[in-house]
Design a protein around this ligand. Structure first.
Ligand SMILES: *[C@@H]1O[C@H](CO)[C@@H](O)[C@H](O)[C@H]1NC(C)=O
Ligand SMILES: *[C@@H]1O[C@H](CO)[C@@H](O)[C@H](O)[C@H]1NC(C)=O
Ligand SMILES: *[C@@H]1O[C@H](CO)[C@@H](O)[C@H](O)[C@H]1NC(C)=O
Length: 208
């Protein structure tokens, strides 16, 4: 029985379908992909951030940190869950691509793929993040790495939402999504360090 459970877990993680279950593994995956260096955060996660992409004709895909997905599985918008939080929110979720247009020459990075506040845990027992009826500041944008590019890192970060966040005026729905800087933004509006995160790799469509 134990053996079966272990081999099932192994199979799931080999297939890349299993969600994250360990903060240490998430932290290692971020370090192995040089993410803390790139986005200038120490990244010491306190909770698991689950990012789930709905699929038109298959089961939804919940990321484990570092999974590579075909672009056509990332239409989204994703939903967010938090595992292990002591707080019910509010939280801010941000998603950035630091590798645009290519990881070698990221001259338009970061691209802001999502920014939203006022996320609350539904209930402690079914930890689903809900948007508190407020629209996202930047709606989710599907990855679109250009033809010929290596896969980009798409990084999702969870922050505790500071008081006054809804009054910030640095970024609004009409602001360009290019040349964003999540660590500068976080410092400017008092987000502090991320308390959780995940990421995926997405390359160009095979058809492009
Ligand atoms: C995505 O594209 C691949 C071919 O590159 C195809 O096999 C797969 O069915 C597509 N998936 C979706 C969800 O469209
Ligand atoms: C968005 O921000 C820009 C630049 O700060 C500002 O000019 C514009 O009025 C803002 N738009 C809205 C809808 O608040
Ligand atoms: C973002 O700002 C930090 C300073 O907080 C800087 O070190 C980093 O190079 C900037 N990143 C980009 C992509 O501009």
């Amino acid at each position: 029985m134990l053996f079966h459970t272990l081999s099932l877990l192994l199979t799931l993680s080999t297939l890349g379908l299993a969600q994250d279950t360990s903060l240490g593994e998430v932290k290692r995956a971020f370090s192995n992909a040089n993410i803390p260096e790139t986005i200038k955060f120490a990244f010491d996660p306190k909770v698991l951030l689950e990012v789930t992409f709905p699929q038109t004709s298959a089961k939804p895909i919940t990321l484990h940190a570092g999974i590579q997905l075909p672009r056509n599985a990332t239409v989204g918008p994703p939903t967010f869950n938090v595992i292990g939080s002591v707080s019910k929110g509010p939280f801010v979720v941000a998603a950035v691509d630091p590798d645009a247009p290519t990881p070698q020459t990221p001259t338009s990075a970061q691209i802001r793929h999502f920014l939203g506040g006022n996320f609350f845990l539904d209930t402690p027992r079914t930890p689903t993040l809900l948007s508190n009826n407020t629209p996202a500041i930047s709606h989710f944008q599907q990855p679109t790495p250009p033809a010929g590019s290596d896969p980009h890192r798409y990084i999702f970060l969870l922050f505790n939402q500071p008081k006054g966040f809804n009054e910030q005026t640095l970024i609004n729905s009409t602001s360009s999504i290019a040349m964003f800087n999540i660590s500068l933004f976080a410092a400017a509006v008092g987000l502090g360090q991320p308390i959780g995160g995940s990421f995926m790799l997405v390359g160009p469509d095979p058809s492009t």
